[in-house]
Design a protein. Structure first.
Length: 370
């Protein structure tokens, strides 16, 4: 199974073509750069001298998207000047990533991406207007930082097999964990397919590390897992009074819209159907069968741009959890928007009420090739 077909269809969510247009979550929050920087900083803290970041250290990044996570990786590795080989199955995302690092051309490659996004052949002004919609922190790297890391970053079109460029002491995928195609059924239903994990593992040298990001929408973290001194009831958005108020409103609206009872709407969610999700214990046994070892689940909290992050999570989480299972796709955004508007009007605002419960922990799986 080649890397080109490793990621499951439709991930990451947002826009056509996937990976470029419509990714409000990435563009508005800057989460890929800041989150990647935090994730790598946590890794360095955890491994210490076991995996020293030194000048010339080679890292393979899978699922680099538009290169924002690559920036975070390089930021966190500093002052070491590591060499990153980055790839992504979405060619348009790679075009933007190359432009971001001074390896693409504003007057050529980016215009082709704009044409694909907009369904026309934009002028230079139209392309610049599209880029101007990016927040300042993303636009500035495209211009001011273009070429800054030029000698240390290369973006390649997806190879059939990741290991042809290895071995690497570290294979990294900021959000790759829940983008990888999963098993449809069986003992490890919902877990990444073994052939994909083996493909990733072959790129790492024996005894070396694989570091994959997940989301609590798809991964069950241990309720006892403490992150930055907080337990799950303190950091999980699911436990926040505003979020519960919003979900109650959404359930009522879904029931009114579909003719189902509120009890039936709730009963149909993943929280009540015992739908299994990957977890630490399951991963441990799944990986052992293919010569890999789960070293740890390293968690971190998302705090940069918290208000925008919460808004995005509040829009996505009810879908992931199944509260809109009875609602046709085109109607979901309308119900979510109406429920959030009513919740903000009738309850305490999520961010203003306190500084915790803003988002769940982001689990990063640290895996070692045996």
């Amino acid at each position: 199974m080649s890397f080109k077909t490793m990621f499951r269809k439709g991930y990451p969510a947002g826009g056509e073509p996937l990976g470029v247009c419509g990714q409000k979550y990435e563009l508005e929050t800057g989460i890929f750069r800041s989150g990647s920087k935090t994730a790598i900083a946590k890794l360095r803290e955890f491994l210490g001298t076991t995996l020293p970041f030194t000048d010339g250290m080679r890292v393979l990044e899978i699922g680099c998207r538009q290169g924002a996570s690559t920036h975070g990786l390089l930021d966190a590795a500093s002052p070491a000047k590591i060499d990153v080989l980055a790839t992504d199955p979405v060619k348009h995302a790679l075009t933007v990533a190359r432009l971001r690092f001074g390896r693409g051309y504003l007057d050529h490659e980016i215009l082709r991406v704009m044409a694909h996004c907009n369904g026309n052949h934009p002028t230079g002004d139209e392309a610049k207007k599209w880029l101007d919609q990016m927040p300042k922190e993303l636009w500035e790297p495209l211009m001011a930082e273009a070429g800054k890391y030029r000698s240390h970053v290369e973006f390649l079109d997806p190879p059939d097999n990741l290991y042809v460029y290895g071995p690497f002491p570290l294979v990294y995928g900021f959000q790759a964990g829940h983008w990888i195609e999963t098993n449809p059924d069986g003992e490890y239903a919902g877990y990444p397919k073994a052939e994909h994990l083996e493909n990733i593992a072959k790129a790492a040298g024996p005894g070396k590390y694989i570091y994959l990001g997940y989301s609590t929408a798809f991964f069950d973290v241990d309720p006892k897992l403490k992150v930055d001194g907080l337990n799950r009831s303190e950091y999980s958005i699911d436990a926040h009074p505003f979020f519960r108020h919003y979900i109650d409103i959404l359930v009522r609206k879904v029931a009114d819209e579909t003719g189902k009872s509120e009890e039936e709407v709730v009963r149909n969610t993943a929280l009540y159907t015992n739908a299994s999700k990957p977890n630490e214990g399951g991963f441990r046994t799944h990986l052992q069968g293919i010569g890999l070892k789960l070293i740890s689940v390293i968690g971190y909290l998302v705090t940069p741009g918290a208000e925008k992050v919460v808004t995005a999570v509040a829009e996505l989480r009810p879908v992931h959890q199944g509260y809109l299972n009875f609602v046709p796709e085109p109607e979901r955004a309308r119900l979510i928007g109406a429920s959030l508007e009513e919740a903000n009007r009738t309850g305490s605002h999520l961010i203003q009420s306190d500084a915790t419960n803003i988002y769940d922990v982001v689990p990063m799986l640290l895996i070692q090739r045996l």
